[in-house]
Each structure stands twice: as structure tokens, then as C-alpha cells.
Design a protein around this ligand. Sequence first.
Ligand code: ADP
Ligand code: MG
Length: 311
Amino acid sequence: MMRESAIEITGLRKTYAGHKGTAPKEALKGVDLSIPAGSIFGLLGPNGAGKSTLINILAGLVVKSAGTVKIWGFDQDVNPRQSRASIGVMPQELNLDPFFTPREALEVQAGLYGVPKADRKSDEILEMIGLSDKANAYARSLSGGMRRRLLLGKALVHHPQVLVLDEPTAGVDIELRQMLWNNVRKLNDLGMTIILTTHYLEEAEEMCDEIAIINHGEKIAQEKTSDLIGQMDQKTLVIQPETPAAQIALPDGVTMDTRRDGALAFSYRTSQVSPEQVLASLRDANVAIRDVRTEDPDLEDIFLALTKSGD
Ligand code: ADP
Ligand code: MG
């Protein structure tokens, strides 16, 4: 069954109650979000933006304060069982029971979701996450990477239509990252909708068809990835001068920062200024250049640009 939207969120709010004198925290301030079925969708935002809160509401782990959430067409409040069955979540925290082996962990999870024994695919899942040879090992003997893979496996036991991964690659090595992405692509090819959160723009750029950016509990952008990246024509030219530079007359539209190591960072929009103009201003100021490189915009720049333009 194919749907236009895998997830439909309207007016989603979450306020965490304050504890012992701390003020209540408004983590989500009325988010509308529609996630196309069949996509790999990126939810981006800095730490504290509200990503995990949103994910955990989808997962049924956090109770929303207001708004509606539909998962695969099922309203969480109206059809809680069906909406829960439609989604699998790989959480950010490594919350595994140390007393279960990987196989047991998958079986128990399948039991919780009411998957009949005959429909369970524990061996297949263990194979996919590369834990077949650890199937009966004590969980406490598993490395951090293996635990993370097991969490992915647990999210898949009930064959959900939507898979959510909360910061799956934060702090993991390249090999595991590669394996996760291969798995994600494979699952997506099989028709599964994938939602992942990350604060690495590069990763989102490489993996996601569409991206939403949230900041301070509000959605500030949602675009096809290529459109979002295309908007960002900010460039930074970083020059290491031979000697500390004297006065430089900057072309219009260029700002300069002095880095701690003495490098000069010139930022400009490629639609307004050419690198040649920047270099010419350096020649005019008789700056001898020891080294030069460029930097592309990162998520931080995109935030700045988006929040400045007032959307
Ligand atoms: P992200 O995943 O984008 O880093 P979170 O959703 O974890 O953001 O957090 C959003 C905000 O809500 C943060 O300010 C965080 O400190 C706060 N927060 C998260 N969980 C709780 C909680 N259980 N109780 C109180 N505040 C919380
Ligand atoms: Mg988080």
C-alpha cells in the first residue's frame, strides 16, 4: 500500500515540565511536517533543536502537548496500535538490556510487537546487521558499534513501513557508517520510508531526497535537498598570509575574519563576488599569500542565512 505521505504532523507542540525550580521547556513550538512516502528524509538541526523530541513522539516514547500525528495514515490518538505498528525507531541512546543476547533481544522485541513466531525474521535481520556470529553472545560483550547495529535490527522486527534513525552516525567509525548507509539504501529500495536526524549537512546531502531544518523547536525550512543546497552560494576563501596583513580594501559584499592561526577568511556570495575580486584586493594591499583554500557552507551557515532571511 503506497501513500503520498508517510508522516503527517500538524501543530505539534511539546513542553517538558520543569523540575525542582527549573522552568518548563518548550521543545516544539507548533511544527507542521509532511514526509513523502518512499523518501529518505533528513531532519536537521543543531543540538537542542527538538529533533529527538519529535522522533520520540513519533515512537510513542514522549507524549505530545498538542497537535496531531499521523503515521502511515493512522492518527496516533485514534488508531494508536496501527500507527505504532507502522513505524520502527532506532533511538539515539544505546538503551539495550545487557542480559539479552542479540537473538533474544530481537525475539523479545518481536514479541512486544505481537509478531507471530512464524513471521519473525531474526536470522535474516542478524545477517543484515552483520551480527550472525554474535547471535548468542552476551550483550555486554558487544562493542558500541555492534550495539548500534542491534538497535537498528530491533527497529525492524515488525516490518514497519517507516524507519526512523535518530543520529545514527554520531560518533561511529567510517566502517559502521558505511554499513548503516548501505542498509538504509537497501531498505529504501525495498520501499521503506526512511527518516533520519543528523547535524552533519554532508551526510544529509549525500543520503536524503528532502530535508527539513528545525531550530529552537520550529521548522525553518523544508526543501528538496538539491534546492536547499543550491540556494547556498556562500563561499569562504581562506588565505594564510606570509606576514600579518596591513589594511585591505574589501570589495562590496565581502566580509573578513581573522582566524586564531592568523589566516584571513573572506566570505562572500558567488552570485555577487568572484574569487578573483578577493584575490585582486589582496594584491592591491601587497599581501603575500603562503597558502589558499576555500570552504563550502556548512549547516551553521545555512541556519544563519535562513534565520536572517526571516522565513
Ligand atoms: P535535539 O535532539 O535536536 O538535540 P531534543 O529534542 O533532545 O533536541 O531537545 C530539545 C530541547 O528540549 C532541549 O532544550 C532539551 O534540553 C529539552 N529536553 C529534551 N528532553 C527533555 C526532558 N526529558 N525534560 C526536559 N527537557 C528536555
Ligand atoms: Mg537528539
